[in-house]
Design a protein around this ligand. Structure first.
Ligand code: GLC
Length: 597
């Protein structure tokens, strides 16, 4: 077997990446200019805050010029900053401020599609002879129905609106164009070498300005099956069907990724992470993240994010099931071991702007247990192998907003709105189905991650000046759940923020164990306690993580092969009464980190 590179030190393996959702992070604007949106200068203001937490790299969700049909994931100009966020000069200053603090900036690269307002698409739509026509994917209708309505080229559904066709009709030239996510996000035609060159150019533009790398949006959807076949009918009651198998890791995906590597990435010292939905096969994934793959450093995989989904109806996220701890262990531990075995690299994340809050999904977000749950997740995330990604607000245990919030008013995300409108069309007010739809929104909508960051107990949670209406409503709990209270907290235990800060310090001072170390499950069949051992790659030091994933106290029998030496930290440090080294008493939702003999 070839020598593994898994343990060879790289800066991008060791960093803590913090994702900022710019609209909701911090507004720097005074009362006379404030518009309810966060901005780049707001991020600059908070660099010392991020430094104190232990962050090394900041990843900003898109801040480019955009009509915001999908909150900036619909880019109208890759080289201009949206005026609501600031200017190129502001970004230059952000890069400098970060660099001065020994930190880096990572940007979101959204090149699977552009906005329909991008000049490339405007030109492309003008005529069939436009030099930009072939920059996007145009097809004539399959035919016309009895009412004269054009029939789309195939039956693919939109990802963010599954009751719509993935193809959008353009009246002037009487053809459809491919819009996999929403009708405003037009898929680029990567088969055209001019498109590939234009993307490379955009990447050089940002890297040469000092950006350290990219998170690449749905990057594994860039190569489509060029025969554009119909998708299998999974739900006969729907006109359109999920077509991802024809555009995920498609025929030329790896060729395109190699091209990016050769022409762009290999010329800089970058950090790269691909958002790669719908792919689970290790033999396929390793082609992208293998240490000699020459594609990307790592990808985000989604098995743990989809643990509550019922998969019988294709990929729809609008379903909910109960899951057992062993299922989560299978996923999390599985990725840990697979990446070591196959010589790849993990991106560790439990939140992002597309997922509800982790404390609400995986643990218990009641007032009684929210802090414990958030700290348990912090312990887990900070002790897993891979590069750690922390999402804004996760460090204070922000939770989903309450069930009373009105889907017609308080939800702003295009995916949630489409789902709610569809359900309202299908079912009458007061029906069981609409009640269930509301529950699904309350559990799973992307909106929960997008409420303004809770900085303090001041009006608008300190996100923007009082008297201004933020673009999205502030979660009702900001008076108790906020950064200021948690940083200043003095008590028996640590606040969630203080615990994260400590957990990141522990990780950084034991990289050999937590970043590069081996991973071994302990007591795998236990449905209450998730425990694993991390062993230093070089030092061979052994550390035990044991977490009680229930709301009851548990006395956990430590397997005989492990001798606990010293409990180094606990999420409930002040109150825990520990038993001897063969048993550990874990309170509800408590996690401990122990050094072993
Ligand atoms: C990615 C983004 C998501 C966006 C979609 C389309 O999944 O994370 O927010 O809606 O791509 O760009």
């Amino acid at each position: 077997m070839a020598l593994s590179n898994y343990t060879s030190p790289k800066w991008w393996k060791e960093v803590i990446v913090y994702q900022i959702y710019p609209a909701s992070f911090k507004s720097s604007k005074p009362a006379n200019e404030a518009n309810g949106w966060g901005d780049v200068r707001g991020i600059i203001e908070k660099v010392p805050y991020l430094k104190a937490l232990g962050v090394d790299v900041v990843w900003t969700s898109p801040i480019y010029k955009s009509p915001q049909a999908d909150m900036g994931y619909d880019i109208a100009d890759y080289k201009t900053i949206d005026s609501r966020y600031g200017s190129l000069a502001d970004v230059d200053e952000l890069i400098k401020t970060l660099n001065d603090n020994d930190m880096k900036l990572m940007m979101d690269l959204v090149v699977t599609h552009t906005s329909n307002q991008h000049d490339w698409f405007i030109q492309s739509a003008e005529s069939k002879d436009s030099p930009k026509r072939d920059w996007y994917i145009w097809k004539p209708p399959r035919g016309y129905d009895s009412t004269g309505r054009p029939i789309p080229p195939n039956n693919w559904a939109q990802i963010l609106n599954d009751s719509s066709s993935a193809w959008t009709w353009e009246k002037k030239t009487r053809e459809f164009y491919l819009t996999l996510h929403t009708s405003q996000q037009v898929d680029l035609n990567w088969e055209n070498p001019e498109v590939v060159a234009a993307v490379h150019d955009v990447m050089h533009f940002w890297l040469s300005r000092g950006v350290a790398g990219f998170r690449m949006d749905v990057i594994n959807l860039i190569s489509k099956d060029q025969s554009f076949p119909d998708a299998p009918v999974i739900d006969p009651s729907c006109e359109f069907q999920p077509g991802e198998k024809f555009y995920t890791n498609g025929p030329r995906f790896h060729e395109f990724m190699h091209g990016i590597y050769e022409s762009v990435l290999s010329k800089y010292d970058t950090i790269t992470v691909g958002e790669a939905p719908y792919v689970t096969e290790m033999s396929e994934i390793i082609k992208t993240v293998g240490s000699t793959a020459k594609e990307l450093n790592m990808i985000f995989t989604f098995d743990h994010m989809e643990i509550e989904d019922i998969k019988t109806k294709g990929e729809s996220k609008w379903s909910l099931r109960d899951w057992k701890l062993s299922e989560l262990k299978t996923i999390i531990s599985g990725w840990q071991k697979k990446m070591i075995q196959w010589d790849g690299w993990n991106a560790i994340f439990f939140e992002c702007h597309d997922q509800a809050r982790s404390v609400s999904r995986y643990t218990d977000d009641s007032d009684e247990f929210r802090e414990r749950g958030a700290k348990l997740l912090a312990l887990m995330e900070s002790t897993l192998g891979g590069t750690v990604y922390l999402y804004q607000g996760q460090e204070i245990g922000m939770r989903n907003f309450p069930p009373e919030w009105d889907p017609d008013v308080d939800y702003k995300d295009v995916e949630s709105i489409n789902f709610w409108q569809k359900m309202k069309k299908l079912y009458p007010a007061g029906s069981k189905e609409l009640k269930e739809a509301r529950e699904l929104l309350q559990k799973k909508a992307r909106d929960h991650a997008r409420t303004p960051m809770q900085w303090s107990d001041e009006p608008n949670a300190g996100f923007t000046v009082p008297g201004v209406t933020p673009w999205m409503r502030v979660n009702d709990d900001y008076r108790t759940v906020n950064v200021k209270a948690q940083i200043e907290f003095v008590g028996q235990d640590l606040s969630v923020w203080q615990y994260w800060q400590q957990a990141l310090q522990v990780r950084k001072s034991h990289k050999d164990v937590f970043v590069y170390g081996e991973f071994e499950d302990v007591d795998f069949g236990n449905e209450q306690v998730y425990a694993y051992l991390r062993t230093g790659a070089r030092s061979k030091e052994r550390w035990l993580v044991a977490m009680n994933w229930t709301g009851n106290d548990v006395v956990w029998e430590v397997p005989a092969c492990i001798e606990v030496d010293e409990v180094v930290s606990s999420s409930l440090q002040a109150t825990t009464v520990r038993e001897d080294g063969t048993k550990v008493k874990l309170q509800a939702w408590e996690g401990v980190l122990a050094r072993c003999k």
